[in-house]
Design a protein around this ligand. Sequence first.
Ligand SMILES: [Fe+2]
Length: 238
Amino acid sequence: MPSVSSQSARTQGTAATDGRPYLKIRYDTHEFPFVEKVKSIMGLSESSLALLGDGSEHRERWQRRNDQASQWHRDFYDRFAELRPDYLRLIAGPVRDFMGEDFYYQAVPTFRVHLPRNVAVGEFHTDGQYGHPVGELSFWTPLTRAWDTNSVWVERNRGEGDYEAVEAAPGDIAVFNAVELRHGNRENTTGSTRVSFDFRCVPTRLYSPGDSVSINTGMKFEPGDYYNANMMAGSTND
Ligand SMILES: [Fe+2]
């Protein structure tokens, strides 16, 4: 599995890949109630996140300039403080177990909504195109079932365009090398909205300071800015 690497992937066999461009790690949805909390933030406590929007709210196909601009995105970021304790426990638990070494992690994850007949991300790309550092891994965390055209498509081999849809559900985190493998969305024809968040981690041994900034947040890819403080392998999150 050349495109995803971490201490854990090599030594623990966290997930079988079967030739897929991503690994899966698991977390307990009761211990980490992201779905319930995001439902509450979105005002959908009695319903499913898969019913968030039916595509009629945003008939125009989302582009890179506006794929983070909906009211749902604003609500998520405005109220992220409600999720932060769970997010930090996720980083300090399953994610740290996977990484198996010291790493930096994205301070605030990126929220995605993939409406029917639309996309969640404006274009196919590698994160490397946007200045993300080589060695960084993406942790793609669905809050609804993700399959076929409501999921993210990732190429199996770098530069080949041989895309495959990530198949995952709440409790899964799909880990892939978004810096070097092209990925993106197709028009969602499943009839089901996909809601997810994703975040990036980079081993401290691979990180080198650069001038690049995040396209979404304008923050530098540096500890204390885009990344949070060093998560030490084997230490508590304090
Ligand atoms: Fe990306």
